[in-house]
Design a binder for this molecule. Structure first.
Ligand code: 5AD
Ligand code: SF4
Length: 462
């Protein structure tokens, strides 16, 4: 006989698209729903509730969401009391339209209304409403109501790192970017709340913290946060000083707001990891101008040189868009030139894609799809070669690695482990003793591939 689920053990499947901000939001939803009796499951089959936490950064990301929604239609036919919720950036951007296109969706919840989800579900369950939507963009920081939830949760053994959201939204209005529409205006979270969340996490056994915001460098600039001074460098120092924060990272930075004080943190704070994600987007000043990026290639290169003067071993990554409207072969050659001068350790590169309510969507001189594809390919193959050369620079060095996973297929064989360097490189290694996620070890690097390194265990750090 098929086991009948009690009302107390409902199952939720959450699929997360897009950035780390979304990953953190999914975690928050999971925690909230746990309090209403939902347990998370790894696939949609048999779930009572499916949540798609969506991304709209490029057209492709949005298409993925709609195609998954299309396939959920069949599941809902067979399982009529399945509830389907769309959260995140596509929900924020499309609102009511989602019901029109996908009538089997029950809930649309915007990026800043996550905390309403349990109430919305409650109204549906009590059949007070047939559908629920909430998509307002807030004028205050939305996270504080969630903070209490953390205290109730014991740490799980594999948990060793956490994201902590420090701000929401963005005020930069890069001409290609949908984020000001999907995440709203920039609002910083109070310093005291952030520090409290980090302390809570460390007390639960978390060892690595990543501070999250669309534009962390302008933290504290746009609204009064309770403490002065309030800049990002100040916040970073406060977080770094919390005992138990073994590793600290942050993302994402805009080069225009990158201060000397922040760069010096890489010299001053031993637990701040030597890794920096600094999106450049393009190497041509003309393109940067049309993108409404408020720096030049020269300024970007100066910032990189300054950063490296404080922390010579810092690994630098970037984002690049190829085929922005009006990008000529000459413009693109300048992006390639920048790649050669900076020699990024890694990069994320994308073909330009029109997004709703962005200025560049109305630019007339669009680059042909085929040209975009060809430029992307040229960029990526050069980047791959540079990444490999950069990785080879690590050979013979002994570095700190934080273990992420440890497994053994056969008890007589050594444990296979995967970990990460401070510079954010994946390292594979073996050990005859079992190590736990979050353990810090010393590893001498012996092999460099394009996307990862291999090494030999030299010791376990206390
Ligand atoms: N088209 C292509 N790539 C984009 N990105 C943002 N908007 C677009 C767009 N319209 C890229 C940028 C950004 C990264 C997260 O996604 O490089 O840094
Ligand atoms: Fe995607 Fe940007 Fe939304 Fe993150 S904030 S989910 S990258 S659109």
């Amino acid at each position: 006989m098929k086991e009948k689920k009690t009302t107390m053990t409902k199952q939720v499947y959450i699929k997360t698209f897009g950035c780390q901000m979304n990953e953190r939001d999914s975690e928050i939803m999971e925690q909230m729903l746990a309090q209403s009796g939902y347990i998370p499951v790894g696939e949609p089959t048999n779930a009572d509730l499916v949540i798609l936490n969506t991304c709209s950064i490029r057209a492709k990301a949005e298409q993925k969401v709609f195609s998954l929604l299309g396939s959920l239609r069949k599941q809902k036919k067979q399982q009529p009391d399945l509830r389907i919720a769309v959260a995140g950036c596509v929900a924020q951007q499309e609102g009511e339209q989602i019901f029109r296109r996908m009538p089997h969706v029950d809930i649309v919840v915007g990026t800043q209304q996550l905390y309403q989800l349990p109430e919305m579900l409650g109204r549906l369950e009590r059949q007070e409403t047939a559908r629920e939507i909430s998509c307002d963009l807030e004028k205050e920081f939305i996270i504080p109501p969630f903070q209490k939830l953390l205290q109730d949760r014991p740490p799980q053994s594999a948990e060793f790192r956490k994201f902590v959201t420090i701000m929401q939204g963005c005020n930069n209005y890069c001409s290609y970017c949908v984020v000001p529409t999907t995440r709203g205006r920039e609002i910083s979270r109070p310093v005291a709340d952030i520090l409290e969340e980090v302390r809570l996490q460390v007390n639960r056994g978390i060892k690595e913290i990543t501070l999250l915001g669309q534009n962390v460098n302008s933290y504290g600039c746009t609204n009064a946060v309770a403490e002065k001074p309030t800049g990002f460098a100040y916040l970073l120092k406060m977080v770094a000083a919390i005992p138990g924060v073994q590793r600290l990272r942050f993302t994402t930075s805009n080069p225009q707001d990158l201060s000397t004080e922040l760069m010096q943190c890489f010299q001053e704070l031993p637990n701040l990891c030597p890794h920096f994600h600094l999106p450049v987007q393009a190497g041509s000043n003309a393109v940067l101008k049309r993108m409404n990026r408020k720096y030049t290639r020269e300024l970007y290169q100066e910032k990189v040189a300054e950063l490296r003067s404080y922390r010579p071993d810092i690994a630098l990554c970037t984002d690049v868009i190829v085929g922005f409207p009006g990008e000529t072969e000459e413009d693109f050659a300048q992006t390639m030139e920048l790649l050669e001068t900076v020699r990024f350790h890694g990069s994320f590169s994308f073909k330009y894609s029109d997004r709703p309510h962005t200025r560049s969507a109305d630019f007339s001189d669009k680059v042909e799809e085929q040209v975009k594809g060809e430029r992307l390919q040229r960029f990526q193959s050069r980047q791959d070669a540079i990444s490999l050369e950069r990785n080879q620079e690590f050979l013979g060095k002994t570095v700190e690695v934080m273990i992420e996973s440890c497994s053994s297929a056969d008890p007589s064989e050594p444990f296979q482990m995967k970990g990460r360097t401070g510079s954010n490189h994946i390292v594979h290694l073996r050990s005859s003793t079992q190590l736990l996620p979050g353990d810090l070890v010393l590893v001498t690097l012996t092999h460099a591939g394009q996307h990862s390194l291999k090494g030999v265990l030299k010791g376990v750090l206390p």
